[in-house]
Design a binder for this molecule. Structure first.
Ligand SMILES: Cc1ncc(C[n+]2csc(CCOP(=O)(O)OP(=O)(O)O)c2C)c(N)n1
Ligand SMILES: [Mg+2]
Length: 382
């Protein structure tokens, strides 16, 4: 017989907890109209407030230029970070020298803040394997496998404990990654090991075409921290000051041996990547609503009311960022593409037989392709 699930049979007074008993607040400093309470504003110098703005412009302009490169055939598939600028910059700005940052590709300026060069990010998206090595020299890494690098994050944090390091490790990932087993294993063991780790989820409410409500029945991602015995924080991801302030607190917690699951609530206003057409799966109205909450415009109104807007020459800033981007593209062009057999390097000193076979096969096929191209070239035209 099927269980009786009618409402009358449910005992609402039973001594168990539901997520409705523990609502999670979303931390915010600048509200959607740009107003704020001065007492809540983090203690930053004027130059730092302006610096946050510059970095958000870097992120925005960088994404636009990357997509243009892709459209011109000079770049592989790339994802836009439009809408995430505050979430990326606020989190990156709170990290310190020596901290590690593992990401999924939608956190470029946070990596630039860790001294990764823009050239190397461009090389990474062009598929140059060397780029990952350059990134790790700056304590950064991009993992293309959704959630795959989260257990490594815990491992790095554990290593920090074993070596008495005073740094933290941060992983940036999306809402989609929270449905992987790797996420569960990573956050659970970070709690067990008191790892100085911050799991930073940019909840942009979509994992390609899967909406957040199909990802989990939990109301928030932050609340899931409780189940792992770690701290949960939920911040307005379109409010750069809230993200920065909460991340600074998260860093202190992590340093004290309390891992943090941080949810930055934001929205991806463009396609998942250059190979995605979001009009196939979502209504324009929701996008319009989130465009109204644009993180850069919100911060502009903060700078205005703080009397700092006169210091900003937006056109000059964009021109400066453009120049940096063009120089980075030039440096990446100069570095050039690597041989395709680089695919087999960096993991093993001596290739295991199965990989050696694959390499041989690939080389045979490429040689055949060369023959074919030469044949097509020689073929009588017309
Ligand atoms: C293990 C794995 N499964 C599937 C994919 C294909 N994939 C790439 S991005 C993506 C969605 C990621 O969504 P989310 O984690 O929310 O990050 P977002 O792109 O929204 O920032 C998927 C399924 C992948 N890269 N790795
Ligand atoms: Mg997502």
């Amino acid at each position: 017989m099927a269980p009786n699930t009618s409402e009358a049979a449910v005992d609402l007074d039973a001594p168990w907890i539901s997520q409705e008993d523990l609502p999670v607040e979303t931390y915010q400093i600048i509200d959607e109209d740009g107003t704020y309470d001065s007492a809540d504003v983090p203690d930053l110098a004027d130059e730092e407030f302006l610096d946050l703005y510059r970095w958000m412009l870097v992120e925005k302009r960088y994404a636009e230029r990357m997509i243009k490169l892709q459209r011109r055939g000079q770049m592989g598939t790339v994802g836009s970070s439009r809408g995430h600028e505050a979430s990326i910059v606020g989190s990156g700005y709170a990290l310190q020298d020596g901290d590690w940052l593992l990401g999924m590709g939608r956190e470029t300026s946070a990596m630039l803040l860790r001294d990764v060069s823009l050239r190397d990010i461009i090389l990474f998206w062009r598929g140059v394997e060397d780029a990952q090595r350059f990134l790790t020299e700056q304590n950064c890494m991009i993992g293309i496998s959704v959630g795959g690098y989260l257990p490594m994050t815990t491992g790095i944090g554990w290593g920090m404990n074993l070596t008495d390091s005073d740094s933290v490790v941060t992983a940036h990932f999306g809402d989609g990654a929270t449905s992987t087993g790797a996420f569960h294993e990573a956050v659970n063991f970070a709690g067990v090991l008191d790892a100085p780790a911050i799991f930073y989820c940019q909840n942009n409410q979509w994992a390609i075409s899967t909406p957040f409500e199909k990802q989990t029945n939990a109301n928030t991602i932050a609340q899931r921290g409780l189940g792992y015995g770690v701290h949960g924080i939920r911040a307005d991801g379109n409010d750069v000051l809230a993200v920065y302030d909460a991340m600074r607190e998260a860093r202190k917690l992590a340093r004290a041996g309390h891992p943090v699951l941080f949810e930055a609530l934001t929205y991806r206003t463009e396609g998942h990547s250059t190979s995605d057409d979001p009009t196939e799966y979502r209504e324009r109205d929701a996008v319009e609503e989130w465009l109204e909450r644009d993180p850069i415009e919100r911060y502009e109104s903060f700078l205005k009311s703080k009397g700092l807007w006169d210091e900003v020459d937006k056109d000059a800033l964009v021109a400066e960022v453009d120049e940096e981007f063009s120089a980075a593209v030039e440096a990446a062009d100069e570095y050039g593409p690597r041989d395709v057999d680089e695919l087999f390097e960096y993991v093993y000193d001596d290739l295991p037989p199965i990989l050696q076979e694959q390499l041989d096969e690939m080389e045979r096929e490429l040689a055949e392709l060369d023959d074919l191209e030469a044949y097509i070239e020689r073929r009588p035209k017309g």
